[in-house]
Design a protein around this ligand. Structure first.
Ligand code: TTP
Ligand code: MG
Ligand code: MG
Length: 350
């Protein structure tokens, strides 16, 4: 199994906002999908820990969050900014010279096979300190043999934590976690397992693998293996190039996507040329607009699978640009792909 150091940033979008709004620190606040003037419309993307004390969490309709705490502070999501902070953190992690898999905007798994437990802990402390010094952000790090278990350890140690689960403690650790904390056990699988009489990781580990395979196919086998402390997942090293983007100033400020169709296609062409030259696939698409008053705003979209499709870039960028242009005319637009993974020398990813 791979020895893994897993980093997950604490309340990431909200923490990024605290960096540029220090006055928000210590007060309950959320980052939501809707603009500030329509704050009761969208959903909460994340809540800082002060807001979580009131039961506010990711995915909750913002209106409900305000019901739970009426003086809640609110900010409109600026995903382009969070992506740029994320890119900086990923670069810092890659600087340790170990293979790094960028798992999501605020998560990365590092293959540290060969290090001792003590060396792994020392590296984790160093990473935490540097992220704090350089970005004013906290993260939680889990270390274990197996990506899934390292992630579970980081979940358990949140916030601002560090947890090493040694090989001989793995079983006890797994049994101490709730069944729905096992990667792969989403709400549907959880219900289905409950119906089968399985309500804990320990019960899962002692169940009949054939019954699990019958019910869930190969995912059933995976669940059985994980519950028994076996995770064969490899770390899929992300490309050194963190993102590929192009932007262009428009001849005339545009108010609708229709007006910039050709420009968008041109940008996507250039981005895709670079994508194939660098031999990567991407999992994230970003778009940004500079308005006539020179302020900028961006959005990003995560795909379910790695892609190399220009159509997908154009489709999602158009949707995001349309949403961004609701705020005002655009004088400059940009398109970017990120979460890049090399296609060369790796197993089929999509
Ligand atoms: P998470 O790592 O799941 O959550 P978090 O970083 O906010 O908090 P924690 O301390 O528990 O790790 O997600 C990372 C970011 O992704 C989060 O800050 C906002 C965004 N996100 C959404 O936009 N929608 C969602 O439903 C979730 C869960 C996250
Ligand atoms: Mg996080
Ligand atoms: Mg995360």
């Amino acid at each position: 199994m791979v020895f893994v150091l897993y980093v997950d940033m604490d309340y990431f979008f909200a923490a990024c906002e605290e960096v540029r709004h220090p006055d928000f620190k210590g007060k309950p606040f959320v980052v939501g999908t809707a603009p500030e003037s329509e704050r009761f419309r969208g959903v909460v993307q994340t809540a800082n820990y002060e807001a979580r004390k009131y039961g506010i969490h990711s995915g909750m309709p913002s209106i409900k969050a305000f019901d739970l705490y009426k003086d809640l502070l609110y900010l409109h999501s600026d995903e382009e900014y969070y992506e740029s902070v994320s890119a900086g953190i990923m670069k810092l992690l890659k600087g340790y010279g170990k293979p790094v898999e960028v798992v999501s905007v605020d998560e990365a798994a590092m293959d540290i096979t060969g290090l001792s437990n003590e060396e792994a802990l020392e590296m984790a402390r160093d990473i935490k300190k540097r992220i704090k010094d350089e970005f004013k952000l906290t993260c939680t790090i889990g270390i274990s043999s197996g990506k899934a278990f390292a992630k579970m350890a980081s979940d358990k140690a949140k916030p601002d934590g560090l947890m090493l689960v040694k090989a001989d403690e793995l079983k006890r650790f797994l049994y101490s976690c709730a069944l729905d904390k096992l990667p792969g056990v989403g709400s549907k699988t959880y219900e289905r397992l409950n119906e089968m009489g399985i309500s804990s990781i320990q019960e899962l580990s002692k169940s009949d693998p054939m019954v699990l395979i019958d019910a869930f196919g190969s995912a059933g086998k995976e669940l059985y293996m994980l519950s028994n402390g076996i995770d064969n997942a490899k770390i899929v090293e992300s490309s050194e190039v963190l993102s590929i983007g192009r932007e262009v100033t428009l001849k005339n400020p545009a108010t609708s996507v229709d007006e910039i169709k050709d420009v968008l296609k041109g940008l996507a062409d250039e981005v895709m040329k670079e994508v194939s030259k660098k031999e990567v696939v991407f999992k994230n698409i970003g778009a940004k607009v500079r308005y006539t008053d020179f302020t900028t705003s961006g959005k990003s979209y995560s795909l379910h699978n790695y892609s190399d499709s220009e159509e997908e870039v154009i489709k999602h960028a158009a949707t995001m640009l349309a949403a961004l242009m609701k705020t005002g005319p655009a004088r400059k637009i940009g398109v970017r792909v990120s979460r890049l993974v090399k296609t060369k020398g790796q197993k089929k990813l999509f």
